[in-house]
Design a protein around this ligand. Structure first.
Ligand code: NA7
Length: 537
C-alpha cells in the first residue's frame, strides 16, 4: 500500500479529503490548509491539472481568455504568470497548473494514480475507498471531480474489431500519435473535434469526419497577447476581476453582452453588431443582442448570420449545407475555432453525414455508413463526456443510512446551491449541478465555491458544530429555481450535454444554473443568515 501523501499512513484520518487535483482540488487544498485543516487530495491521474491533464488532443485550447482563465486568489501569482496568447493552449495551461502546485507546495498532500471508487458516511465520518485497495477517512469530503471528466465512449457495433488505434480526445495519450501518411476518422463535431480537426487534417493523409449534428463555431481570432494590453490589465487586476464577476457568465467585461434586444435595432444595426463580434472573435458573439438566448427571432438572425459565413467559406455548396447547423445557436455550447470551416476545402478532408442512423458498424479496416465503406487507419472519438454527473455517479457514494447518490439522483441531479445534497452531510461538490459552473469561467466559479466551502467549515468550527447538511425542502426549492431560470431561456431546447441528451438513457434535466452574479448573492445571503436552508449540528 502506498502512503497518502508524504509520511501519512494508509487508513489515516484527515479533517478533509478532496477528490481531484484539477483547478478545483488544487485551490481547495491550498485554502483548507491555510485555514489549518489537515487535507489530502486523491487524484486518479499521474499529475495535476484535471481537464488539462487529460485533454491533450491536437489543438486543445481554452475558449475563455487566458488573462481571465487563471486564479485570482493570490495577487503575486496573477502578476507573475505570463500568458503568451489570447486563448491559452492546453500545454500552457498545464504548465500553469504545475506552477501553482509548485509555488504553493501542494504536491506533498496529493496522492496521484489513485482513483476513489467508493465513499460512505457513518458516525460523522466519511470513509473513502480507492482502487489501490486502501481507505482514508475525514470529517469533510469535497468532490473536485470536474464537470467534463467521464469520457463518453459510444458503443458502436464492431468497434472492438478495428485493427488500428482508437483514441478519445478526453483521454489523449501522452506520446502524440503520428498521423502522417494515415487515414484518420474523427467521430463527433463538438468543441474537441472542432479544435482538433484543422490540425489533424494538416498531419493526416486523409481525414474523414463523421458528423451527427452540425455545430455552430465562431472564429477565435487568437493572437499573441499584446504586452500593452497585459500591462493595462495587470495595473489593476482586482478591478478587472471585479468587472468580470458582474458579467452573467463571470467573464468578458472587455466585450460585455449588449443589453439592447434585437427588436430595438434596425436590420443594418443587427448585422453590424453580429459582424463586429464575429471579427472580435470568441464566445462574445452570443452577446450581440440582449435577448439572443431569450428570443427565438433574435436567435434565428444570429444563427442565419453564421450559416451565411459558412456558405462564404466552404466552397462545395453541399458540404456547406451539411455543416450548417439548424438548432438554436448557443443552446449547445458555442464552439470557438481556428480555420474549422476552411478545413473542409482541403482535398484530403471529407464530411460524412451520419445524422440519419449513425455509424452502422466499425470493421477491422474502417467504418460503414449507409452501406458505404470508409477505410481508416486510426479512429478518434471526439464524442464528449457524461457531463456534470457522470464522474460522481461512477463512485459508489453512500450518505446517511447507506442511501446511495445513484438512488438520490435517479430522476436527475438534486442539490442545494450546487454545493450540497440532502442526506449527505459534510459532503460538498465544487461546481456541482445546480450551480453556474459550465456556463461561466470555470476558474472564477471554482474559487467562489472553494471560498464558500472553506468559510462554511470555519463558521461551523467557530460555532462548535461538527456537521452541516442541506434540508430537503431547501433543496427542492433550489431545483425548482434552477429549472425556472432555464425555462425562461432557449437553453433547454437543444439536445445538449447541459440536459444530458448526449448520453443514452440519462434523465433530461437542465443541470447548470444561468447567472453568476445573482447566484453569488444568494450564496452570500445563505451564509449571512447562518446557513439558511441547512441543518447544522
Ligand atoms: P461535445 O460537445 O459533447 O461533442 C461531442 C460530439 O460527439 C457531438 O458532435 C456529438 O453529436 C458527437 N457524438 C456523441 N455521441 C455520438 C455517437 N454515438 N455517434 C456519433 N456522434 C456522437 O464534446 P466535446 O468534447 O467536443 O466538448 C465538450 C466541452 O468541452 C465543450 O462544450 C467545451 O465546453 C469544452 P451530437 O451533437 O450529440 O449529435
Amino acid at each position: 500500500m502506498m502512503p497518502y501523501g508524504q509520511g501519512s499512513p494508509s487508513g489515516a484520518r484527515f479533517d478533509m479529503l478532496v477528490v481531484g487535483a484539477g483547478f478545483a482540488g488544487l485551490y481547495m487544498l491550498h485554502r483548507a490548509r491555510r485555514d489549518g485543516l489537515s487535507v489530502r487530495v486523491l487524484e486518479a491521474a499521474g499529475g495535476v491539472g484535471g481537464t488539462w491533464y487529460w485533454n491533450r488532443y491536437p489543438g486543445a485550447r481554452c475558449d475563455v481568455e487566458s488573462l481571465e482563465y487563471c486564479y485570482q486568489f493570490d495577487e503575486a501569482l496573477q502578476q507573475e504568470w505570463q500568458w503568451s496568447e489570447r486563448f491559452a493552449t492546453q500545454p500552457e495551461i498545464l504548465r500553469y497548473a504545475n506552477h501553482v502546485a509548485e509555488r504553493f507546495a501542494l504536491r506533498r498532500d496529493i496522492r496521484f494514480d489513485t482513483r476513489v471508487v467508493a465513499a460512505s458516511y457513518a458516525d460523522a465520518t466519511w470513509t473513502v475507498r480507492t482502487d489501490q485497495g486502501d481507505e482514508a477517512s475525514a470529517q469533510f469530503l469535497v468532490m473536485a471531480t470536474g464537470c467534463l471528466s467521464s469520457a463518453n465512449r459510444p458503443a458502436i457495433k464492431g468497434l472492438e474489431t478495428f485493427a488500428g488505434p482508437v483514441y478519445h480526445t478526453g483521454e489523449w495519450p501522452h506520446a502524440e500519435p503520428d498521423f502522417s501518411g494515415r487515414r484518420v476518422g474523427v467521430i463527433g463535431t463538438g468543441s474537441s473535434a472542432i479544435q482538433s480537426i484543422p490540425i489533424i487534417a494538416q498531419r493526416a493523409k486523409q481525414l474523414t469526419v463523421f458528423q451527427r449534428t452540425a455545430n455552430y463555431t465562431v472564429p477565435a481570432k487568437n493572437a499573441p497577447l499584446d504586452p500593452e494590453h497585459v500591462a493595462r490589465i495587470k495595473s489593476d487586476y482586482p478591478a478587472f476581476r471585479a468587472r468580470n464577476s458582474l458579467q452573467i457568465n463571470a467573464f468578458g467585461s472587455n466585450m460585455p453582452r449588449s443589453s439592447v434586444p434585437a427588436r430595438e435595432l434596425t436590420a443594418a444595426e443587427r448585422r453590424a453588431a453580429l459582424e463586429a463580434r464575429w471579427q472580435y472573435g470568441g464566445l462574445f458573439f452570443l452577446g450581440a443582442f440582449g435577448d439572443l438566448l431569450l428570443d427565438k427571432a433574435a436567435n434565428d438572425e444570429a444563427a442565419e448570420f453564421v450559416r451565411g459565413k459558412i456558405r462564404g467559406i466552404v466552397r462545395d455548396p453541399e458540404v456547406a449545407r451539411l455543416l450548417s447547423p439548424q438548432q438554436v445557436i448557443g443552446c449547445k455550447r458555442l464552439c470557438v475555432d481556428t480555420d474549422y470551416y476552411a478545413t473542409f476545402n482541403r482535398p484530403n478532408v471529407r464530411l460524412v453525414d451520419i445524422s440519419a442512423s449513425g455509424i452502422d458498424e466499425i470493421t477491422p479496416r474502417g467504418a460503414r455508413v449507409n452501406g458505404d465503406a470508409f477505410e481508416l487507419d486510426a479512429l478518434v472519438f471526439a464524442t464528449g463526456f457524461d457531463a456534470m454527473t457522470g464522474t460522481l455517479l461512477k463512485i459508489d457514494i453512500r450518505g446517511r443510512e447507506g442511501r446511495t447518490l445513484r438512488e438520490a439522483w435517479r430522476d436527475g441531479p438534486r442539490t442545494y446551491l450546487g454545493l450540497c445534497i440532502a442526506g449527505f452531510p459534510n459532503f460538498f461538490t465544487i461546481t456541482g449541478p445546480g450551480s453556474p459552473s459550465v456556463l461561466t469561467n470555470m476558474i472564477v466559479s471554482i474559487e467562489q465555491h472553494v471560498d464558500w466551502i472553506a468559510d462554511c467549515i470555519s463558521s461551523l468550527r467557530s460555532n462548535g458544530c461538527t456537521s452541516i447538511e442541506a434540508r430537503p425542502e431547501a433543496q427542492e426549492a433550489w431545483v425548482e429555481h434552477v429549472n425556472a431560470v432555464a425555462d425562461r431561456t432557449l437553453y433547454p431546447q437543444c439536445n445538449s450535454w447541459y440536459v444530458g441528451a448526449n448520453i443514452p438513457g440519462k434523465t433530461r434535466v437542465f443541470m447548470p444554473l444561468l447567472g453568476f452574479p445573482p447566484y453569488v448573492e444568494k450564496c452570500d445571503e445563505v451564509a449571512a443568515r447562518g446557513y439558511e436552508g441547512f441543518e447544522t449540528d
